[in-house]
Design a binder for this molecule. Structure first.
Ligand code: KG4
Ligand code: ZN
Length: 331
């Protein structure tokens, strides 16, 4: 079964071709970072307009890379939510129209389930059950995943997502948007002990998280050390990153232990973080766990993960209808 996946929930327009749920034949991601960079964050109206421009070229590029004609596609999977409504509508409406024109089935996919499914695109996918830490710009949550289509929420952030904290901290240090990759890079040149930050919720509140406090702590530190800032930036980045990575790693391992589960996975945009990948691999292994961290291309938003989810729902007979709508928040 050849599935065309489409993703447009935020500021990436993406299309992918997945065969039989596992074999990736093409994955195209058109990023809008250059457009939103100067505004310090995603501007929803600009994002929607850019998706409209990008969607057809991106889909055609994915089909070309896979060496396919439209008639070769068996079904379509598209992100339905959560995300920016204007952005979601572009991919979702395109998918409805394309599926209708080709006379093929389609299904709407939850973006967060998509991130979890990025683990199944890894060359060594996890067995069931496993505990997944999903860390992105909009979400930070732990799931107990028991099958391809069932995941139970174990805990989540009570305020900011980890990626959001990275982006905001980068902004107060004047490092631009998005901030995750920049902080990741700068932190390598800094000493994490030089400007240490408290580990929020480390040994309390179960497997819930909080990142707004550390974000404010960095802000206050930056304001009170403006004179020495250029010299301190790598150390602040390292101190902030070490605190966040410590909490994320600790809670992921603790959540798996609480479930009596010996398999963990790290997914989402922040899973691209070098230090986090290193720590999760090391701590998971030290605790006797099998660790799955998908390749970088599947961490950030992409359509391969959406097609991967769609494959299972389509196989179960689930179908989208022309009356279906997108949703901005996770139901
Ligand atoms: O999953 P994603 O592409 O989009 C959402 O669904 O949110 O995640 C984007 C987030 C942004 O906050 C970005 O700063 C963060 O992932 N990110 C990183 C790194 N690369 C991207 N955070 C930390 N370290 C990185 N290397
Ligand atoms: Zn995402």
């Amino acid at each position: 079964m050849i599935i065309l996946g489409i993703e447009s929930s935020c500021d990436e327009t993406a299309a992918a071709v997945l065969e039989d749920g596992r074999r990736l034949r093409a994955s195209v991601v058109a990023s809008q970072v250059d457009i939103h960079h100067r505004y310090g964050g995603v501007v929803p109206e600009l994002a929607s307009r850019k998706h409209v421009e990008n969607i057809l070229p991106v889909v055609l590029e994915a089909q070309a890379q896979a060496g396919l004609k439209p008639a070769d596609i068996d079904a379509l999977a598209v992100t339905q939510g959560p995300g920016l409504v204007g952005s979601l509508l572009v991919g979702f409406s395109f998918a409805k129209g394309y599926a209708y024109a080709l006379g093929i089935p389609w299904v709407g996919v939850n973006h967060l389930e998509g991130h979890i499914h990025s683990a199944f695109l890894d060359p060594a996918p996890p067995d069931f059950p496993f505990v997944a830490l999903l860390v992105s710009g909009g979400h930070t949550a732990l799931y107990h995943v028991t099958s391809f289509t069932s995941a139970e929420l174990m805990g989540q952030t009570r305020d900011d997502a980890a990626g959001e904290a990275y982006d905001k901290v980068a902004k107060v240090m004047g490092l631009g948007y998005p901030g995750g990759a920049v902080i990741d890079r700068l932190a390598r040149e800094g000493d994490p002990e030089r400007v240490p930050f408290k580990r929020p919720f480390l040994d309390k509140n179960g497997v819930d998280f909080s990142f707004s406090g550390i974000k404010s702590a960095v802000h206050r530190f930056v304001q009170s050390h403006s004179d020495e800032l250029p010299e301190l930036v790598p150390h602040i980045a390292a101190g902030f990153q070490e605190a966040v990575v410590d909490v994320l790693t600790h809670k992921l391992v603790a959540a798996a232990q609480a479930q009596g589960c010996e398999r963990i996975a790290l997914v989402g945009g922040v899973a691209a973080n070098r230090r986090l990948r290193e720590r999760v691999r090391a701590d998971g292994t030290a605790n006797g766990m099998a660790v799955c961290i998908p390749p970088l291309e599947f961490c950030g938003d992409n359509a391969a993960m959406i097609a991967a989810v769609g494959y299972h729902y389509l196989a179960q007979g689930l179908r989208g209808g022309l009356g279906d709508d997108v949703y901005s928040r996770n139901p």
